[in-house]
Write a protein that binds this ligand. Sequence first.
Ligand SMILES: Cc1cc2nc3c(=O)[nH]c(=O)nc-3n(C[C@H](O)[C@H](O)[C@H](O)COP(=O)(O)O)c2cc1C
Ligand SMILES: [Fe+2]
Ligand SMILES: [Fe+2]
Length: 392
Amino acid sequence: MTVRKITDEIYWIGSIDWDRRLFDELIALPDGTSYNSFLIKSKNEGLLIDTVDPAKKEEFFQNIEETKVEKISYIIAHHAEQDHAGCIKDVLQKYPECRVVTNKKCKNLLIDELHLEEQNFFEIEDGQIFQFGNKRFQFIFAPWVHWPETFLTYLPEERILFTCDFLGSHLATSRLWSEDNANIYHAAKRYYAEIMMPFRHLFNGYLGKLQNIPIEIIAPSHGPLYKKPDFILNAYKDWVSDKVSNEVIIPYISMHGSTEKMVYYLMDQLINRDINVTPYHLIYTDIGKLAISLVDAATIILASPTVLTGPHPQVVYAAYLCKILKPKAKYAGIIGSFGWGSKMEEDILQLLKNLKVELLPTIMVKSNPREEDFAKLSQLADIIAKNHSSLK
Ligand SMILES: Cc1cc2nc3c(=O)[nH]c(=O)nc-3n(C[C@H](O)[C@H](O)[C@H](O)COP(=O)(O)O)c2cc1C
Ligand SMILES: [Fe+2]
Ligand SMILES: [Fe+2]
């Protein structure tokens, strides 16, 4: 890899992970990812902004060498997760006088994770200004983007905002800068859906704070940097708002076809009523795609056969995903099939109970749906159409 200049004294020294396909053993990375680390040079000294994933350690140290600094004096650590903090211990071993500049929460997490010592740290407060060479660094605490310790760093003279995970995207690309295209929008939305969405209610406050400071560059630690910050700030404003879209999503499973008949019938009924609808067959679905659609869909319908009295385990997974990602959907419903006795509705409702949704009438069909069952699905489509009437 090679270093890239952001400004005269600010270098990108990160690493592109072209082939990584899974994050946290959970999140699919169809387009790989990158770990953006930055080095600010002052004479022969360097200050680092985050590091990279330990898997890219060698490349990271080569990049530091390429900047020709003689020592690293500070690392600003925005976040204790290993994809950014994973090389801190190695930096401290190579440059023992280096101090980790971070807040108390991050310090404690790093001590637990990397077994660092109290003396390795320079602890900072919200709003504090830190000087290195001719540059000023202002810290803006932003807890829960997406761990409790996270914060942002703003350089007032350069008008650069370093945001770590916030506003980032999992996207391996040789382009250092976002070119404002659909590709980056999509990657950033996937990233938001999978990682940031559960904390949505805090973000209006953060976005409001950022609106009050002049920003020319936003530098997250995954994916391209933004020279037109409005692109990503406006996208986030939209995603975190309470505005939902005229869309029904139907995560579903069907073992022998009954539930699937119900799903396809309901879809036709919705389409006839000018409602957008997407089925997610849970055996074939990229969970990231489901998460993306949860960002703005107004209605979620979970559809499942009964398996050993409850919902199919894949549907439990989807319902659990809804529970933890906390989408802003306004309506949710359950449809499905059973043979002799089912408590599937109860089990799914238990998983959805913390979502702030209005529940639609459940439709459970005994085995293969009959005409009267399809009539109930038409009525459900009528209710959804009424709910969505202001969204078209
Ligand atoms: C492995 C398995 C377990 C099942 N367990 C139950 C059950 O506990 N209670 C029930 O009412 N039906 C149960 N059924 C029956 C299905 O729920 C029923 O056949 C349903 O119509 C299947 O819907 P599908 O065609 O969408 O797969 C089970 C079926 C299978 C294959
Ligand atoms: Fe993270
Ligand atoms: Fe990250």
